[in-house]
Design a protein around this ligand. Structure first.
Ligand code: FES
Length: 277
């Protein structure tokens, strides 16, 4: 017989209603806390309380609360133990400096660098571990060729652009990825004889069209730095980045320390290899 059941000694003598207790039949004991009185109302029971069961339930409840608090503290300690996410919340406005640390002006760029310049001129933006290549696509003074008023181009001829110097294929960096002036390789893309090429596996990008892909294996364009030219003082500024995230970063603003309010050009010799797929 189940412990909560007992045999009814006589009609209605169990304290429950007569309809629920027939002599000799099993009936379920009323709640240990309350039972139904003779008038059909709930009355406090005189049955002994099962202290062992009550204490066990209390123990389970307390253990649940302690477990929940302990789990929360554990998660808090785990969070505090993680390295902080390093980066920026928005794109900074950064003034560009020349190789010698002086203010870089569009006039200097137009005079010293042009579409025939093969040296890699790079500056970091927006993070210190995100180099970008500055390119002037205009022809040399008095010369021809090159390109002006290109996508994202600034300066008096709209020919100064800047792109990430980290390849979108597997992340080879400048000087392995570099601007190839016309004649560096025999390869051409229609009328386009100059391009950005990565010597690691042959990816090629069009600097006149926002570094769109000319050859793989990269399938995404290079991120392009948004440049501003302040004609009032001829200064050049980096104010943002468009396109995909810099290769190796899930977000161009995250994964490194932000640059200061100034970013200086650095010069490198390119690693030239005409390995087009
Ligand atoms: Fe540039 Fe592979 S890393 S083509």
């Amino acid at each position: 017989m189940r412990p909560e059941c007992q045999r009814c000694p006589s009609l209605g003598t169990n304290g429950d209603s007569a309809a629920r207790c027939m002599p000799g039949r099993l009936y379920r004991r009323p709640s240990s806390a309350y039972r139904v009185g003779a008038e059909g109302k709930a009355e406090p029971s005189e049955d002994p309380v099962d202290e062992t069961r009550r204490n066990f339930l209390k123990l389970v409840a307390v253990a649940g609360v302690v477990g929940a608090i302990g789990g929360g503290l554990g998660a808090a300690f785990e969070y505090a133990g993680r390295p902080p996410v390093v980066g920026l919340s928005s794109y900074p406005t950064v003034q560009l400096l020349d190789l010698d640390g002086s203010v870089l002006t569009a006039s200097k760029v137009m005079a010293e660098y042009n579409v025939t310049t093969s040296d890699v001129l790079s500056f970091n933006y927006p993070l210190a571990n995100e180099p970008n290549q500055l390119i002037n696509l205009a022809p040399p003074t008095g010369g021809s060729g090159g390109a002006t008023q290109v996508k994202g181009g600034v300066g008096p001829k709209g020919s100064i652009v800047a792109f990430s110097a980290i390849c979108q294929h597997l992340g080879c960096m400048a000087p392995s990825i570099a601007f190839y002036p016309a004649g560096t390789c025999s390869q051409r893309f229609g009328s386009l004889a100059f391009y950005i090429h990565c010597s690691c596996h042959g990816s090629t990008y069009d600097p006149t069209e926002g570094a769109s892909n000319l050859t793989g294996p990269a399938t995404r364009p290079l991120p392009q730095v948004t440049l501003e030219w302040h004609s009032s003082d001829d200064s050049l500024w980096a104010v943002g980045v468009t396109g995909p995230p810099v290769m190796g970063h899930s977000n161009t603003l995250q994964g490194g320390i932000g640059v200061s309010a100034l970013s200086q050009l650095q010069r490198q010799s390119p690693v030239v290899l005409c390995n087009f797929p």
